[in-house]
Design a protein around this ligand. Structure first.
Ligand code: 13P
Ligand code: SF4
Length: 354
């Protein structure tokens, strides 16, 4: 994680209305030279000022399509800003308003460890292993995994997403083993690796890991007709008990398109769920757990940091630029384009079968 320098009191002591007004003023000044992107987990004050709001893949596609924007200010976490930098042009600068806004899960897999682990797993398995990287990973991890190919799947960095993907492909839990990078040989025997089809990196999201099967049962006990929809970063048992799972964008689409009066318990970050509840006033929409689930990393981006970034850009200083070295960016781009293509195929298949 990188350090963020403290802001001058002009920003930290200002009230929300003034900060909002100043950001709007800067947006007007920059015009199409500025593009503010925001992830669905951002607070309303940021979402309301963004030019585009989306899930991680959609935001990186948006960054790729806004060639007229000299500055892309990314209100999300570090790996998302990296993806935007990889997919945008060399004359565009991607800035993350708070440098310490990193994704805790992406930080659980470092490129050197992943490279070493891939070698180790191949040796133990005695065959090729296909590394499958989730979008929540650093550009360097994406690059390392895009270079490799093989027969078993090594899912990095989220064990839950890996296990949920295996289940969606019809594999049982016995097809999965967890690789712990803190232990010699991942804590696995050669026999365990040979028998498994999915080797899961021991990473997780602390926000989604908190949802439990008990939350699903309690929601159903309160409202018999409630539908449960969760993010696939939730544990396998939670996804198995739910009616549906999907990315933040897919969750929003499913609930928005549902019939008036329907009831939903949603297993993902609280800012998204609360906003969805307000926007779908004709439905009953609640967080799945009994307490808020906040991503503290996303919350580091706030109005003072956004305005400070825009003021600096206006004064000719490019601050908090996220720049992926070109030799890493080329391979990370291959991984990202594969993720975007897989998503497009899945969406086309879903549309056809609806
Ligand atoms: P999405 O890509 O579904 O927006 O998820 C990103 C994320 O960090 C979820 O925790
Ligand atoms: Fe990362 Fe979890 Fe926050 Fe998503 S919710 S950005 S996976 S820490």
């Amino acid at each position: 994680m990188q350090l963020q320098m403290p802001l001058p009191p002009k920003y930290t002591e200002a009230d929300e209305d003034w900060l909002t007004e100043q950001v709007l003023h800067r947006k007007e000044q920059f015009g199409s030279a500025l593009c503010i992107l925001a992830h669905h987990y951002q607070v309303d004050a940021i979402v309301d000022l963004a030019d585009f709001v989306g899930d991680s893949l959609k935001l990186s596609q948006q960054a790729a399509s806004r060639r007229d924007a000299r500055f892309i200010v990314f209100c999300g976490v570090h790996f998302m800003a990296e993806s935007a930098d990889v997919l945008s042009g060399p004359d565009q600068a991607v800035c993350l308003p708070h440098l310490a806004a990193g994704c805790a899960m992406a930080d659980m897999a470092d490129a050197t460890d992943v490279s070493a682990a891939m070698e180790e797993v191949r040796r133990l398995a005695g065959c090729q292993v296909v590394p499958v990287t989730y979008v929540n990973s650093s550009a360097e991890v994406k690059a390392v995994t895009a270079r490799a190919g093989g027969a078993k799947v090594f899912a990095i960095p989220d064990q839950h997403l890996g296990c949920n993907t295996a289940a969606a492909m019809g594999y049982g839990d016995d097809a999965c083993v967890v690789y712990d990078p803190q232990k010699p040989e991942g804590g696995l025997t050669a026999e365990e690796v040979r028998r498994a089809t999915f080797i899961l990196w021991n990473g997780y999201c602390y926000v989604h890991q908190l949802f439990t099967p008990q939350h699903v049962r309690a929601a159903r006990a309160r409202h018999k007709d409630i539908q449960v929809i969760v993010h696939p970063e939730c544990p396998r048992e939670v996804v198995a008990l739910s009616q549906a799972s999907g990315s933040t964008e897919q969750i929003i689409q499913a609930v928005t398109a549902a019939s008036s009066g329907s009831r939903w318990a949603v297993g993902t970050e609280s800012h998204l769920v609360n906003r969805l509840a307000r926007r779908c006033g004709d439905k009953f929409v609640r967080i799945l757990s009994d307490r808020p689930s906040h991503c503290l990393m996303m919350a580091r981006i706030d109005l003072p940091h956004l305005l400070w970034t825009l003021d600096s850009l206006a004064e000719g200083r490019i601050v908090n630029r996220v720049s992926v070295p070109s030799q890493i960016a080329a391979d990370a781009k291959i991984a990202l384009e594969r993720m975007i293509a897989t998503k497009a195929v899945k969406e086309a298949t879903r549309t056809k079968t609806q």
